[in-house]
Design a protein. Structure first.
Length: 333
């Protein structure tokens, strides 16, 4: 019978099912990557200056550890990724990875002081580069903020960073002088001179120029900046801090921006946008009463100017609804 079925093309009889208590062999699992070997390979590339080859390996290492829910140290991998992006000129990406690396290092108990110092120094250099770029684009408020952040870092690394603290103080002084803050500028120059005295000879060109600035009895008053451009610059910088969740810094800048917009030096829609950023900042800081009031003011301006479906209007309305408040009737119409 079996032979006849085979010749006729019949299907063979199904195999008998295994007994209920029979053990089923599990399917072989894919071999797990050796994270130590992967990290060593990345380190070898980095040691040879091939950060372009090391970067994707470090990125994969971080992803694999996250997938395995491991709390293995990631700060060094993040710091290496930051350096790669920094070398490529991708400053926002590099700053993101530097800050993540520092956060991880502190979360890991600060067990690698050398890595922490290197990463802090690299972040301070990056902030100085951002400040220089902001000056080139005439964004003085942004440049001052970057230099102030860099100064905070360099001061944590003193006395090794004395000269860099002095240089940052001098750069801040020149910016303050340019916007008419002469007393603040002179105080910053005096602090810089005291530090330069430790590291530079009296005839060094930097010290000579700095003392010449200090010797000037009355600096000429610079022309008054365009208040509209000042407000826009504050908005840009405040929105940038808001995106980075640096809410306290964002609030200070955006409150100044709104106060200038309210003088009528810009179009109403610019005041509406500034109020939207400020309202979201207040909400993030837990100041829900002010957030609701400011967001309602923003919508009252944005809806007539931009319409109900403009992205800024929609995001402002969403922020207001997240506060469980009601949209004012005149803004909803």
């Amino acid at each position: 019978m079996g032979l006849l079925c085979a010749l006729a093309g019949c299907a063979s009889a199904p195999a008998a099912p295994p007994p209920p208590d029979a053990a089923v062999e599990p399917a072989p699992s894919a071999p797990q990557p050796d994270l130590s070997a992967l990290e060593q390979e990345a380190d070898d590339h980095a040691a040879l200056g091939r950060r372009d080859l090391a970067a994707p390996l470090y990125a994969r290492l971080i992803d694999l550890r996250a997938a395995r829910d491991e709390r293995a140290p990631e700060s060094r991998a993040l710091a290496e990724l930051a350096v790669v992006e920094h070398d490529r000129g991708h400053l926002p990406e590099a700053e993101h990875f530097y800050r993540r690396a520092l956060a991880e290092e502190f979360a890991e108990g600060g067990r690698d002081p050398g890595l922490r110092k290197r990463t802090l120094a690299n972040l301070a250099w990056l902030l100085g580069e951002r400040a220089a770029s902001s000056i080139a684009h005439e964004r003085r408020v942004e440049a001052i903020d970057c230099y102030q952040q860099a100064l905070e870092i360099w001061q944590t690394l003193q006395p090794a960073s004395d000269e860099l603290v002095a240089e940052t103080l001098a750069n801040l002084a020149l910016l303050e002088r340019a916007r008419g803050q002469r007393a603040e500028a002179r105080a910053l120059l005096a602090r810089a001179d005291a530090l330069y005295e430790k590291t530079l000879p009296p005839d060094d060109p930097t010290r000579v120029r700095l003392r010449a600035l200090l010797a000037v009895k009355s600096w000429p008053r610079p022309p008054e900046p365009d208040p509209a451009e000042v407000a826009r610059d504050l908005d840009r910088q405040g929105a940038s801090h808001l995106d980075r969740r640096e809410y306290v810094r964002a609030r200070v800048l955006l409150e100044r921006a709104v106060s200038i917009h309210e003088k009528g030096v810009t179009a109403p829609v610019e005041l509406g946008a500034s109020l939207s950023y400020l309202g979201r900042t207040y909400a993030a800081l837990g100041d829900f009463e002010n957030a609701r009031y400011v967001l309602q003011r923003s919508l009252a301006i944005l809806v007539p100017a931009l319409g109900k479906f403009d992205p800024l209007t929609l995001s402002t309305r969403a922020s207001l609804e997240n506060l469980r408040g009601s949209v004012p009737a005149d803004a909803a119409d």
